[in-house]
Design a protein around this ligand. Structure first.
Ligand code: MLC
Ligand code: AMP
Length: 500
């Protein structure tokens, strides 16, 4: 039996009694014990009908059991589909309807809300709570602690990660076993990760960054993971002296810089701070160096592509850049209108090709064809420039996207909800600079003639339908939206007007 990801990621740790997951106030979990838990969960998945290629939807708190469920799904040949815990029922309904999973695993507190969704979609609903209890794990002890790994080839799917789009409809990015494995191997090599490392893990595990970049690189190498349910500055500062690595979004670093406890002395044992998922301001990079002596290593990735570029481990980590293409990954810049390749130094659309690039969007061949060229280049929607010595900078976005605290929000999704509200003629959602989250969401609203709109009433509707991180922080009522001669809303003018 051969399972490309399982065999190369974790199988070699079956007898490894070193610490894998370290949690405050709990016993360490060794690799060997973790593998047994994953095997038990794989049995439970199979008993609930999961076979090769079946989707397993998980919207559950960050727990050891959820990490084990990821590995169990891979081992059982399934396709792991984690969802942001902040998503509301309407949002989850879309993913479940689209992906048609065999199983939905949710927090026990959401079980009543999601029960009819599971029934309507012929899925089994199981629960997993923040303390690891729930119907998923209640029979765990009775399961065999080994599992005959299901055959899966390099290009079979291991995960389906949804990412929103400019049309407001989310798309499931199909990630193969080798998309994940190849990227893991590159990052380990580049960042020199070994079993001597201890990684502080405070990211969510429903996105590429926390699940694949952080977890997969640690698992493959046998590093120890200091596993935290959420990001808390105090807990990070406490953990730093006994850790060697931290991976985070820029908000982690701006918040840490706000703490007097972050000093050169504190970080003596650390060897690497990684930032990604959103732009790290050069001033944050420089302030961090001034305070700690460490140069944050910034890298650039996407749900569809895993990691594309990284600043060097040895060599200059240049502020405001995302470094060089990873080995085996090609990056080119093209004219966003014509697709023609641009000369060195020009600003253009970043396109990437390599073993990291996904297999396409789940059941959306037209969308796939729009963004993934036949020659294998994926059109990222990010605008970039490449310096003479090969450093890539992201200088803008061709896609109408807001990144808040490392979470992507497509304005169209919020505008659709707002435009459906009685009394709203039209709306425009945009991001303005925010010191904590990088960008904050603002909504400009044009009421229908003769009506008034109250921010509270708008917020009540949005709150009901969309996850908290997508909620506009302000609603600005306007008589009309600024438009160019083509009739397109000029969000840059809105940003200038309301961003001050
Ligand atoms: C939380 N809130 C957010 C938010 N996170 N609002 C906007 N944007 C966010 N990212 C809400 C909370 O619900 C709360 O609402 C209020 O804002 C203040 O919350 P907080 O307590 O200050 O936030 P916190 O819980 O500490 O979370 C902040 C954070 C978190 C930065 C730690 O958002 C986070 O872990 N982000 C990481 C995202 C990530 O992993 N991205 C990777 C994507 S993969 P209220 O109403 O309760 O006050 C990818 C590819 C790649 O992009 O390259 O990696
Ligand atoms: P996601 O769809 O959540 O995977 O987010 C991917 C997007 O995050 C990319 O297309 C970029 O716009 C952005 N991103 C990721 N890393 C960086 C970075 N280091 N700097 C700037 N933007 C980034």
């Amino acid at each position: 039996m051969a399972n490309h990801l399982y065999d190369n990621l974790i199988a070699h740790h079956a007898d490894n009694t070193n610490c894998f997951l370290k949690q405050d106030g709990a016993d360490d979990i060794s690799y060997a014990d973790f593998i047994k838990t994953a095997a038990k969960l794989a049995h439970i998945l199979v008993q609930n009908g999961v076979g090769a290629g079946d989707r397993v939807v998980v919207q559950a708190p960050k727990t050891v059991e959820m990490v084990a469920l990821y590995i169990a799904t891979v081992q059982a040949g399934g396709v792991f589909l984690p969802l942001n815990t902040a998503y509301k029922k309407d949002e989850v309904a879309y993913f479940v309807g689209d992906a048609a999973p065999k199983i939905i695993v949710c927090d026990g507190r959401s079980a009543d809300t999601l029960a009819d969704l599971a029934t309507d979609n012929n899925a089994t609903l199981l629960t997993l709570n923040a303390d690891g209890s729930g119907s998923l794990t209640e029979d765990l002890a009775a399961q065999p602690d080994s599992f005959e790994t299901v055959d899966r080839a390099a290009d079979d799917l291991a995960a389906l990660l949804y990412t929103s789009g400019t049309t407001g409809r989310s798309k499931g990015a199909m990630l193969s076993h080798d998309n994940l494995l190849s990227n893991t191997l590159s990052l380990i090599d580049l960042w020199q990760i070994t079993d001597a490392d201890t990684l502080i893990h405070a990211l969510p595990i429903f996105h590429t960054h926390g699940l694949f970049v952080a977890m997969n690189t640690s698992i493959r190498t046998g590093a120890c993971v200091h596993f935290m349910a959420a990001f808390k500055t105090d807990a990070i500062l406490d953990a730093i002296p006994s850790a060697t690595m931290l991976m985070g979004v820029p908000t982690f670093y701006t918040r840490l810089l706000g703490e007097e406890g972050l000093t050169k002395d504190l970080v003596q044992n650390m060897r690497l701070f990684v930032s990604g998922s959103a732009p790290l301001l050069a001033e944050t990079h420089e302030a961090f160096t001034a305070r700690t002596g460490h140069y944050i290593l910034e890298r650039y990735g996407m749900t569809e592509t895993n990691m594309n570029t990284s600043n060097p481990f040895d060599g200059e980590r240049r502020p405001g850049t995302v470094g060089h293409p990873l080995p085996g990954v090609e990056v080119r810049l093209t004219n966003p209108e014509t697709g023609a390749e641009l000369a060195q130094g020009e600003v253009g659309m970043i396109e990437v090709r390599g073993p990291n690039v996904f297999q396409g969007y789940w059941q959306m061949p037209e969308k796939t064809a729009e963004e993934l060229r036949e020659n294998g280049f994926f059109i990222t929607g990010d605008l970039g420039q490449i310096s003479e010595d090969g450093y890539v900078s992201i200088v803008g976005r061709a896609k109408d996207l807001i990144i808040t605290g490392g979470y992507n929000v497509y304005p169209k999704e919020i505008e659709d909800v707002l435009n459906d509200i009685d009394g709203v003629l039209e709306s425009a959602v945009f991001g303005i600079h925010d010191a904590d989250f990088g960008e904050a969401i603002i909504a400009a609203i044009v009421p229908e003639a003769g009506t008034t709109t109250e921010a509270d009433a708008l917020a009540a509707v949005v709150n009901d339908k969309l996850a908290r991180f997508k909620h506009p922080r302000r609603y600005e009522v306007m008589a009309e939206l600024p438009r160019n001669t083509m009739g397109k809303v000029q969000k840059n003018l809105l940003r200038d007007q309301f961003g001050g």
